[in-house]
Design a protein around this ligand. Structure first.
Ligand code: GDP
Ligand code: MG
Length: 366
């Protein structure tokens, strides 16, 4: 399961700089065989305090965080939905991602050209959003036309489809993204195969100048982005792509010293990765053995056998049951044995819905 967050934004806002920082920060590729081999795709490990705590408790031979992919999506310019720049190619790439990280230029630098000649984060955001909306209008209108033809056969399903799509179309015509339309689970299913761009969850990465990282909160550009995002219910992560690229080249003590010089406690990259992971709507469960303590990613609502299948298809095929203890119970008990003595180790069957933070041990037979 390779979940992807796509990095979008106007040219020269710092997308590639951020992407390079992400890939340099590096993930042990041998641990993530699912990952795509593509220069525009980078694997990121998800920092998780719970994994650190479990490592302290179990003292395993190795610890493996969970991961997902970031994609650097180049080529979005004004007019992309009409084929400008890389146009449709860009749009096809963005259809494949599960969430969008929208990089917004909040740094000033005379040497770096802005496509519109001046820094204006809100106008930049609206330019990108408009292209995505226009692309969706095209998809929705096409589908409405087709469904209306099919409706003549008397199939109620098409009438419902048209009703939902008309609602989305109206939002798009009002410059609102498809995600602003309230949809039931059933309706979401109806529109799913359209892969609407503006239905994908979004977070904004406000790229600030290297000397403005600690004052990002008082940066008026960042403030504007925050106000805009708040109206949409979206999150903003202030970050300096350039600083992150420099941090990514350092290790250990050098890195700590550099962060301290900048007055930062942790890299902005970690905050961005965590925010993107939340945005993907994912749960993490853990396996904790002496060989390996490891975090695994599932979608909300995944049942035990399918969760086991993320580790290996044999685990799913031959699933018998799972021993489960919640992370909080395990940490409070201090060890697997005392959790068992306290009766906090549960045996769960194939209908168990795995919860975020579950520590699982699977019994299987193939
Ligand atoms: N001063 C400054 N320059 C930056 C920053 N982030 C990116 N740049 C520069 O802006 C230019 C365009 O960046 P790039 O990442 O290629 O933008 P992209 O077109 O969005 O991929 C490069 O010369 C970067 O070095 C930043 O935070 N501050
Ligand atoms: Mg680029």
């Amino acid at each position: 399961m390779a979940l992807k967050a796509g990095i979008v934004g106007l040219p020269n806002v710092g997308k590639s700089t951020l992407f390079n920082a992400i890939t340099q920060a590096g993930a042990e590729s041998a641990n993530y065989p699912f990952c795509t081999i593509d220069p525009n795709v980078g694997v990121v490990e998800v920092p998780d305090e719970r994994l650190d705590k479990l490592t302290e408790l179990v003292v395993p031979n190795r610890t493996v965080p969970t991961a997902f992919e970031f994609v650097d999506i180049a080529g979005l310019v004004r007019g992309a939905s009409k084929g400008e720049g890389l146009g449709n190619k860009f749009l096809a790439h963005i259809r494949e991602v599960d969430a969008i990280v929208h990089v917004v230029r909040c740094f000033e630098d005379e040497n770096i050209t802005h496509v519109d000649g001046k820094i204006n984060p809100i106008s930049d955001i609206q330019t990108i959003n408009l292209e995505l909306i226009l692309a969706d209008v095209e998809s929705v209108e096409k589908r409405i036309e087709r469904s209306k033809k099919n409706m003549k056969g008397g199939n109620k399903q098409y009438a419902q489809e048209v009703e939902v799509l008309e609602r989305i179309k109206e939002a798009l015509y009002n410059d609102q993204p498809a995600r602003s339309v309230e949809l039931t689970d059933e309706e979401k299913l109806i529109v799913r195969d359209l892969h609407l761009l503006t239905l994908k969850p979004v977070l904004y990465a406000a790229n600030v100048s290297e000397d403005g990282v600690t004052e990002a909160d008082s940066n008026p550009f960042v403030q504007q982005v925050k106000e805009f995002a708040a109206a949409e219910g979206a999150e903003v992560v202030p970050i300096s792509a350039k600083v992150e690229a420099e941090i990514a080249e350092l290790e250990g003590e050098d890195k700590a010293m550099f962060l301290e010089e900048l007055g930062l406690s942790a890299s902005g990259l970690d905050r961005l990765i965590q925010a993107a992971y939340r945005l993907l709507g994912l749960y993490t469960y853990f396996t904790a053995g002496v060989q390996e303590v490891r975090a695994w990613t599932i979608r909300k609502g995944t049942k035990a056998p399918q969760a086991a299948g993320v580790i290996h298809s044999d685990f799913e095929r031959g699933f018998i049951r799972a021993e489960v203890v919640s992370y909080n119970d395990l940490v409070a008990a201090g060890s697997m044995n005392s959790a068992r003595e306290r009766g906090q180790l549960r045996l769960e069957g194939k209908d168990y819905v795995v919860q975020d933070g579950d520590v699982m041990h699977f019994r299987f037979n193939v």
